[in-house]
Design a protein around this ligand. Structure first.
Ligand code: GRF
Length: 185
């Protein structure tokens, strides 16, 4: 299989990144991760870049030239898929239009419900009985691009933010990789 070159954007812990790295080491998984991008220099997830010797860059989104530099890095590595895995910054319309249909995001709710942040709190406040995660293409509206797949589970009666996060993220690891397999099938 000829694998595609992918890049993963993170801002935090990077557990989704870790799962993508692990899966990408499988011969049959359609991508190789060639670059990791973080907008936080202290993001814990950068440790996975170091551990697996994957090149990474830290971007300063306050610097107006950051996107230009980022595009150069991405093009240099012939990246054809960008995975947003807990990247907590909105990408510009210009950047998104450069990679139409090539940017995926994972979101910790069953979209179109609960777009944006603080999803777990809002899900619990609304007494939802079902929760889950969604992998979707990124367009220029927040958490609104075409959905690739969703995975769901039933909430337990004593669910709290911690347990909900844990269950959701466990599903996310499978969902992200399944979505990548699905788009290249
Ligand atoms: C995930 O729950 C994802 O849905 C959201 O941010 C979280 C990132 O977690 N967009 P991690 O950094 O992959 O551990």
């Amino acid at each position: 299989m000829v694998k595609k070159n992918a890049c993963v954007f993170i801002s935090g812990t990077g557990t989704n990144l870790k799962s993508l790295i692990n899966n990408s080491r499988d011969y049959n998984f359609p991508i190789n991760i060639k670059l990791i991008v973080s907008n936080k220099k202290k993001a814990k997830g950068l440790n996975f870049a170091k551990k697996f010797a994957i090149p990474f860059i830290i971007i300063n989104t306050k610097n107006k030239l950051f996107e230009k530099k980022l595009l150069i890095e991405i093009k240099k590595r012939k990246i054809s898929l960008i995975c947003l895995a807990g990247y907590m910054q909105v990408l510009s319309k210009r950047f998104i239009s450069n990679f139409k249909g090539k940017i995926l995001n994972i979101h910790p709710s069953l979209l179109p419900k609960y777009k944006g942040t603080n999803t777990f709190k809002r899900i619990l406040n609304n007494n939802e009985t079902i929760a889950g995660c969604t992998v979707h293409f990124v367009n220029d509206k927040l958490d609104s691009g075409k959905i690739i797949l969703k995975k769901k589970f039933n909430l337990s009666i004593d669910e709290n933010e911690m347990s909900l996060k844990k269950k959701t993220q466990k599903l996310e690891y499978r969902a992200f990789s399944e979505a990548i397999n699905k788009i290249y099938r």
